[in-house]
Design a protein around this ligand. Structure first.
Ligand code: GDP
Ligand code: ZN
Length: 293
């Protein structure tokens, strides 16, 4: 028996990485009975058949999992934004942040396309960087076109599983390709060797980049807040999480309640008002969502 981590799932095989190498494994029927589908990112035990093949016998407990892309045990998510084209939206950034926080994944904020930013946009991004750093996030201003920044970016990757997220056009693929030029080539050649078109099989793969593993498919493409509970929302904002236990009422939602520590902090400037406004709009979105039958 051996242990390892699934780094790729393709055509019924799970590719399990161990210190000795990569084994192409099948899942046993036992998973179907227990309704467990092994996911990329899972830690597993498997029986070795030969030097390159095996059978998965056990999937270890997950710390988290995503549905799109299907991947488990994610350590951190890099939210890629653009300073411009498409223009920066702190509301959209905050939406990504709470979705990631709700999954107990550590967010990191990248603001890309700084080479395209006007002086005014640069100053604005610098202010946002300070705001988000103030509440505990790492923020990098960068340009995928400018390789000088890559050392700053690569420092985040060692020994972690990282998923990139962000709206389309912000530069996720450009950054991933710059970090690992073989990435796209590799996935394309795998599809080719199986005699399939590039897009017929949707699969996710963890690719080794700078001693870490990076998902080759962006995550958090579904931005609805369906899975977030009302009472959970405050905890998805670090600056609210930190002080909400001072609110007079237990279960305070920081909207209409009196003696609310969060609203006081907004009034005296300890909490940025735009962050609070985003909190309120997400709260309303969750409150008014239609019940699902
Ligand atoms: P994705 O949809 O997030 O994967 O974005 P892409 O990586 O496909 O980038 C979208 C477009 O923006 C492409 O035309 C890129 O060449 C361009 N782009 C990406 N990063 C930068 C950057 O830092 N500076 C500039 N000027 N263009 C960029
Ligand atoms: Zn409150």
């Amino acid at each position: 028996m051996a242990e390892g981590r699934i780094i790729k799932a393709l055509s019924g095989f799970y590719y399990v990485k161990t210190d000795e190498g990569i084994y192409a494994c099948k899942g046993r029927g036992v998973f179907r009975k227990r309704k467990i589908t092994p996911l990329v990112g899972d830690f597993v035990s498997f029986d070795i058949n030969n030097e390159v093949e095996g059978y998965i016998t056990e999937v270890k407990q997950r710390k988290n999992e995503l549905i799109r892309p299907p991947i488990a045990n994610i350590d951190q998510a890099v939210i890629v934004n653009a300073a411009t084209m498409p223009s920066f939206s702190s509301l959209l950034l905050d939406r990504f942040l709470i979705l990631i926080e709700a999954k107990h994944i550590k967010p990191i904020i990248f603001i890309n396309k700084m080479d395209k930013a006007t002086k005014e946009e640069m100053n604005m991004m610098q202010r946002y960087k300070e705001d988000y750093e103030q509440i505990g996030y790492h923020v990098e201003l960068l340009s995928a076109k400018d390789t000088i920044d890559y050392d700053d970016i690569k420092q985040y990757l060692p020994n972690k599983v990282t998923v990139f997220a962000g709206q389309s056009g912000v530069g996720k693929s450009s950054i991933l390709n710059a970090l690992q030029p073989s990435l796209i080539l590799k996935t394309a050649s795998i599809s080719k060797s199986l005699g399939r078109g590039k897009h017929t099989t949707r699969h996710v793969e963890l690719v080794e980049v700078n001693s870490g593993l990076v998902a080759d498919t962006p995550g958090f493409s579904n931005l609805d807040l369906t899975e977030i509970k009302l009472e959970q929302l405050g905890a998805c904002f670090p600056e609210i999480r930190e002080i909400q236990h001072h609110c007079k009422f237990r279960g305070c939602l920081h909207s209409k309640e009196p003696h609310c520590a969060v609203k006081e902090a907004v009034e005296d400037g300890r909490i940025r008002s735009y962050r609070y406004e985003h909190y309120v709009s997400f709260l309303e979105e969750i409150q008014t969502r239609k019940p699902r039958y």
